[in-house]
Design a protein around this ligand. Structure first.
Ligand SMILES: N[C@@H](CCC(=O)N[C@@H](CS)C(=O)NCC(=O)O)C(=O)O
Length: 338
């Protein structure tokens, strides 16, 4: 009798553990689609195109995860979120994954029930001003009115920088992205401050005469941007993390969406393992062995995604810089698949 009780107790404990740590991979597989939290529309990173299809560097993380899980990069649903809404949407289970130019900070990675799954863009905070303001350095911003979006890391970073540099400013903090952009365009503030990538995107895609505006040379912070999942969901964390690393690793190995079929015949063991020619990596993740092949074939490697969305093949023309491969002096360094 007592043995039965112990066994039953152990089973209940196990059941308790498994329900506390919901397995998002199983939920996603059953649902047939990845719910991916993105911006409300921020060109280059996540925005709907003319046909209403979401594209961007962050959307490519959603697509890579869908390709890894379903063999079909289109099986994701973009859930538009402003900065303020994003972590609540992740905590409540409304989204499986947040891929929305989100800076990894210690507080976000610990106290919000969220955890990052890698970095897909190394950025830093900067300033956008109208040329008519006649300012060429952030140090000249004393007395300026500065527009910011509610719920971004940019609010605190600016406050810290201004205090340290004795710059007094008046913040204008607005929750909706389009409203804060409109406030800036209408001259309700002298300056827009956010990630440099955001400034490049706003200048090109949101302002009528981009040439009337300039980004100041100072970058005042580190803004490592990456996807987040919920804490306590290690299997899913691995799926998202390794999907991103498959894109970065594919670039390092010279695999592209164009040559990946031919590369299935490669005798390089690193390529064979990544593409599932040598089995094991897919099984370890609870995925098909073609998980990474499907990512590279359908989404492309990290460099292809970068150039298409934010680099030379896009209106933003952002340089690789810190986002180059480590072999080219950048910080993109894929963890080995073996
Ligand atoms: N990286 C910063 C800023 C991210 C952010 O939300 N930036 C704004 C300004 S570019 C944005 O993407 N807004 C788009 C939206 O709310 O739809 C953070 O994680 O707090």
């Amino acid at each position: 009798m007592s043995k039965i009780k112990i066994v039953a107790g152990a089973l209940l404990a196990l059941a308790g553990i498994s329900s506390a740590h919901a397995d998002t991979l199983d939920v996603v597989k059953k649902r047939g689609v990845v719910q991916c939290g993105v911006t409300t529309g921020f060109a280059g990173f996540s925005a709907p195109d003319a046909k209403g299809e979401w594209t961007g560097l962050d959307v490519d993380v959603c697509r890579a995860v869908a390709a890894a899980v379903f063999g079909d990069a289109s099986k994701f649903k973009a859930v538009p979120l402003n900065a303020q809404q994003r972590f609540t949407a992740l905590q409540s289970g409304e989204i499986d994954l947040l891929a929305r130019n989100t800076t990894v900070t210690q507080q976000r990675d610990t106290a919000l029930g969220a955890i990052h799954a890698g970095i897909n863009f190394y950025d830093g905070q900067g300033f956008l001003v109208g040329k008519s303001l006649g300012v060429n350095s952030a140090k000249e911003l004393d007395g300026a009115t500065i527009c910011l979006q509610t719920g971004t890391s940019n609010e605190n970073t600016l406050a810290d920088w201004a205090r340290a540099n004795n710059v007094k400013y008046k913040p204008v903090v607005i929750e909706q992205f389009n409203e804060v952009v409109n406030a800036f365009a209408a001259g309700r503030c002298d300056v827009f401050s956010t990630d440099a990538s955001g400034l490049a995107s706003i200048r090109i895609s949101k302002l009528q005469n981009p040439d009337d505006y300039q980004v100041l040379p100072e970058i005042i912070s580190k803004e490592p941007l990456g996807p987040f999942v919920r804490q306590g969901d290690d299997g899913w964390l691995n799926v998202v993390k390794w999907s991103l690393h498959a894109m970065i690793g594919a670039e390092e190995l010279g695999l592209t969406s164009k040559n990946v079929d031919e590369q299935l015949k490669s005798d390089n063991p690193n390529i064979q393992r990544l593409l599932g020619v040598t089995e094991g990596a897919g099984k370890n993740l609870g995925l098909d062995e073609k998980w990474a092949y499907n990512i590279v074939k359908q989404v492309g490697n990290y460099g292809e995604s970068f150039e298409r969305n934010v680099g030379q093949d896009s209106p933003l023309k952002i340089q690789r810089g810190l986002n180059a491969q480590w072999t080219d002096g950048g910080l993109m360094y894929a963890l080995p698949v073996r």
